[in-house]
Design a protein around this ligand. Structure first.
Ligand code: 4NP
Length: 150
């Protein structure tokens, strides 16, 4: 399959999109799929920080190490740098779309889950595990779809 660049986006880039980044990267590696995966937040509060410790712990418990990832803010140049921009919820969708300057940008932006949203777990410790499982299941499906397209 041709190399493809995918950007995962959420609000803070410390809970959901780092999980999506790390899980998709690891599963792609296991399947020998050549993907470049990164993540960003629409907000800038956590720029330069490691993922939230609860995301790191949940990921580690499922065999993924996301501890080396660092938060960055979404920048409009990323519309050019990535082939696919997968966002976690409708607010992310609105915020990213508002920065697009043409239809070729807009067509790259989609909800990671297709139609559903990944709930923000930041204020609820109990959500990290179900969010991880939801992201992992969608990651498997996404990689299958990409394999079928190749
Ligand atoms: P994330 O979660 O968008 O999944 O990274 C959040 C992280 C931080 C904040 C909100 C959501 N915050 O308000 O700082």
């Amino acid at each position: 399959m041709a190399d493809m660049k995918i950007l995962m986006v959420c609000l803070g880039n410390i809970c959901r999109s780092p999980l999506a980044e790390g899980i998709v990267r690891e599963l792609a590696k296991q399947r020998s799929l050549h993907l470049e995966v990164a993540s960003a937040g629409t907000g800038n509060w956590h720029t330069g920080q490691a993922p939230d410790h609860r995301s790191i712990a949940a990921a580690f418990a499922h065999g993924y190490d996301i501890s080396m990832q660092r938060a960055q803010q979404f920048h409009p140049k990323m519309f050019e740098d990535y082939d696919l921009i997968l966002v976690m919820d409708n607010n992310n969708l609105k915020d990213v779309r508002s920065l697009a300057t043409g239809p070729e940008h807009l067509q790259k932006v989609r909800l990671f889950l297709g139609e559903d949203q990944v709930q923000d777990p930041y204020y609820d410790d109990q959500l990290f595990e179900p969010v991880l499982l939801q992201i992992e299941a969608r990651a498997e499906q996404l990689l299958f779809e990409l394999e079928m397209q190749s």
